[in-house]
Design a protein around this ligand. Structure first.
Ligand code: FAD
Length: 131
């Protein structure tokens, strides 16, 4: 196992190992903090289940978000303790598809729909695009 220092990618440490346990978390890209969008405590954009951005003042017109950057309500109730989706590729891919469909619906003034309520645990299948 080779470890590096992230800022300059210089070698940090090296050791033998058969098993790697990854415990790092996933966080929203910090660039979102330089916007005026409403954020929640984890630094993600607040969105409705149909991915429209909405703050205390209500919906922000023509503003949408999905994926790690967005705090999407998990309608199954099995997401994070705060009721939002776990930031993983399964959710991000499904949200991306829903976002595209909702943008198209909005373009033609049709109602938007919520993201899929199915919850998936990360699995090796995600690497093969099976979500
Ligand atoms: C090490 C690691 C392992 C993971 N393993 C799994 C796993 O096994 N299963 C699983 O389901 N999930 C896993 N995840 C989580 C998964 O990768 C993310 O949840 C998913 O990629 C989120 O997709 P996204 O499109 O929201 O963001 P991203 O995939 O991060 O895409 C964001 C894109 O925006 C680009 N970008 C950033 N800033 C700017 C800018 N200013 N201008 C233009 N473009 C910009 C980035 O370059 C990137 O291409 C893992 C994450 C990490 C870090």
């Amino acid at each position: 196992m080779k470890l590096i220092n992230l800022p300059d990618k210089t070698p940090a440490q090296e050791f033998e190992s058969d098993t790697l346990v990854w415990t790092a978390g996933v966080q929203a890209n910090p660039m979102i903090r330089s916007t005026d969008f409403p954020l929640e405590p984890r630094g993600r954009v607040r969105v409705l289940p149909d991915l429209r951005i909405a703050g205390d003042e209500g919906i922000i017109e023509n503003a949408w978000a999905a994926g790690d950057i967005a705090a999407v309500p998990d309608l199954t109730g099995s997401g994070l303790p705060d009721g939002t989706c776990v930031p993983n590729a399964q959710h991000a891919l499904r949200q991306a598809k829903r976002l595209a469909k909702n943008l198209w619906a909005a373009r033609w003034e049709k109602p938007s729909r919520t993201t899929s309520t199915r919850t998936w645990a990360p699995s090796p299948d995600s690497a093969n695009g099976k979500v």
